[in-house]
Design a binder for this molecule. Sequence first.
Ligand SMILES: Cc1cc2nc3c(=O)[nH]c(=O)nc-3n(C[C@H](O)[C@H](O)[C@H](O)COP(=O)(O)O)c2cc1C
Length: 197
Amino acid sequence: MIRILAWLLISLSFAAQVQAKGPELTKDTFAVIHSRKSVRSFTGAPISRENLEKIVRAGMAAPTAVNKQPWSFVVVTEKKTINTLAAGLPTARGIEKAGAVIIVCAEPEKAHMQSKDLAVVDASLASENILLATEALGLGGHWTASFPYEDKMKHVRAVLGIPANIIPLNVILVGVPTGEDKPKDKYQKDKIHWGKW
Ligand SMILES: Cc1cc2nc3c(=O)[nH]c(=O)nc-3n(C[C@H](O)[C@H](O)[C@H](O)COP(=O)(O)O)c2cc1C
């Protein structure tokens, strides 16, 4: 009898702990969102394939119009290719020490209504998930421009063999942060219109 009571007590306390996880998880999510920042200062250390897969998987968890998932991802870790990319991307600050770069590609032909706009929106949502997942893993990430600049898109397509009908939306740098980059507080109360504009 005492054993049964003890077992019951242990089970109940375990259930209570599981229940208490709810708010804890919510807090973690907010902590990741608010600590994300553009990281441009990397140590130069490599990024494991396992982490890169986790990051891209998070990208693919993003919502898309009519669930069309009109995207592809090019993941590059080879230094030589990263340096070739860097030569045509003057605004990709810190790229020389990134451990990897991820090019999020929008595919208008696969988007709802074959809409280029929707493809870009969908791929942008995947990109933000990628940046958040990078932060959650204790790594640093940074969206650098490709779309809508014709010269940059042309360069990225040429280096990586991306077909002309695919939009290389960005070149996301992923690396081990030096700790130099800090998040900005962008909250502005007057940007919120409650009820009506
Ligand atoms: C569409 C887009 C293009 C961007 N292009 C570049 C870029 O080429 N180079 C760069 O250093 N940062 C680029 N950024 C990063 C922004 O500069 C950065 O997000 C902004 O300054 C806010 O800082 P935070 O990301 O640390 O919050 C880009 C961001 C977006 C969304």
